[in-house]
Design a protein around this ligand. Sequence first.
Ligand SMILES: [Zn+2]
Length: 303
Amino acid sequence: MAKIINFHDVHDRTWFEETLDVIQDLYEVIPFEEIQNFYKGKVTSKNITHLTVDDGHSSTYSLIYPILKERGLTASIFVSPKIIQEKTNFWYSESSDYDKEKLLNCIGEILNIKRESLNDIYPRSLMKVLSLSQNWEIIKLYQEKYYEPTKCGQYITLNQLLELERSGVFDIGAHTMNHPILANENDLTSELEIKKSIIVLGELLNRRVTTFAYPNGSVNLDFGKREIKFLREAEVEYSFSFEFKNLAKNDNLLSIPRYGLYHGNKDFVRKKLKYGAIWEPIKKRILNNEDKYREELKKKFGL
Ligand SMILES: [Zn+2]
């Protein structure tokens, strides 16, 4: 089995070390170059995996980098050049600790929806069906209304990005400018978010950027054919989504599936890696999940 594993922000060193222990027990961790060789039919070893880390949170530098280096492992990371340059936060990290009820008040006001009909709604999921500009309007209103200061940037700095590039531990690709759910944006914004992130990151790294990861990444919910077209136009060669699938030689290279690992003990991680491709799609079909919930919210509020 060949698969790509994804991490985001990692806070717990022990969890990350234990998760890597399980991964290294089950698979040979290969560099990105070998994934390219896999798709070219040149890799014959069976149980291989490549690690990826999205968003460029500061823990990518402070925690993930030294541990991978110590173990002699490599990974791909996907970052926003804008967030790094401006030292700001993505909309979801800026609002991550906001009070649920207060956030719903602001959502109701911006979307002109009666507050009563928002009771029992998960604001984070509702924000994932909105556009970037709507989400920032909601955040600005929250900050004004509840005297909430803007947070300090939680992502890697430009110097750290350049150090990671030089280290040989990471292959660096783009992840949009502002991390919108691309499918919620109009054509122009989606195109700009993708293409500008590839160009500006290329300028920072002084080389061509050929890899990309979709924000949120659910196929046909967070992105679709339109985004794949923009990536092709930008000459991106490999782009990563989220799907519990093992790699297949005939994968669409602009929608390569990845397994997300974010929590759970060693036993859970082992089972998820071994059986996830079988039970995750079934679970997704029969049980309630955020993707389904977001579709319901879209219908309910006509979004
Ligand atoms: Zn992301």
